[in-house]
Design a protein around this ligand. Structure first.
Ligand SMILES: N[C@@H](CCC(=O)N[C@@H](CS)C(=O)NCC(=O)O)C(=O)O
Length: 207
């Protein structure tokens, strides 16, 4: 089993696939795209965002959660989701929360910063909400090395590419959304478990 994955530089959602594929020893061939020219992505997948994955047999999927779920179906071992139905539901709820709730403040700050006259009060409130969730991640890591368990799971794969910006940032990465995370969500020494988790995840292989 091999994957072809379409990407642009510094893509957080592509890194999710790179972490998951490496975990499952699935080799990936990358196709690089110019962020300013999405025409071939549109032709291939009907939309413009990355990642887009081409699976064996010609199946083409966009949207990292869908790609991750399909990868888990095709290569179940080692798993990223728990086998137990209850724990599995908890993981699914966590991923939905991260994608549909956690992402709202940083996206809103990014959008506000792009306006001609950004509303600094609104940015401050969104930033407080974003920072206010850091203690949740710290608590999830109490007594265990990964967010929802003792082994790498879907919660880690989905969150790491975003949370890492609180601690690690390549200066060459000028993506404005990533700068929101760097500037508004620093992982301070108040979060020792989260700090170690970012460092632990950063050491993992990428496909
Ligand atoms: N829900 C999609 C979101 C994909 C997404 O937002 N991709 C970003 C890169 S991480 C993108 O292509 N952004 C367009 C741009 O930067 O112009 C997923 O999880 O794959």
């Amino acid at each position: 089993m091999e994957l072809r994955v379409h990407r642009i530089p510094w893509s957080t959602n592509v890194e999710r696939i790179a972490l998951a594929a490496a975990h499952k020893s699935v080799p990936v061939t990358y196709v690089d795209h110019d962020p300013e020219d999405r025409s071939s992505l549109r032709t291939l997948s009907g939309q413009e965002l990355v990642p887009v994955a081409e699976f064996p047999g010609g199946e083409i999927l966009a949207d990292s959660p869908r790609i991750l779920r399909r990868l888990e179906e095709l290569v179940p071992e080692p798993p990223l989701w728990p086998h137990d139905p209850g724990r599995r539901a908890e993981a699914d709820i966590f991923v939905e929360w991260f994608n549909r709730v956690w992402k709202v403040p940083p996206n809103a700050i990014d959008a506000e910063r792009r306006r001609a006259e950004p509303d600094t009060d609104r940015i401050r409130l969104w930033a407080e909400e974003l920072r206010g969730w850091l203690p949740l991640f710290e608590s999830l890591l109490t007594g265990r090395p990964f967010l929802l368990g003792d082994t790498l799971g879907i919660a880690d794969v989905v969150t790491f590419p975003f949370l890492r910006y609180g601690l690690l940032h390549d200066p060459a990465d000028e993506d404005p959304f990533h700068h929101v995370l760097v500037e508004e969500m620093p992982i301070t020494p108040d979060y020792p478990l989260l700090t170690e988790w970012v460092q632990r995840l950063d050491q993992l292989p990428r496909a």
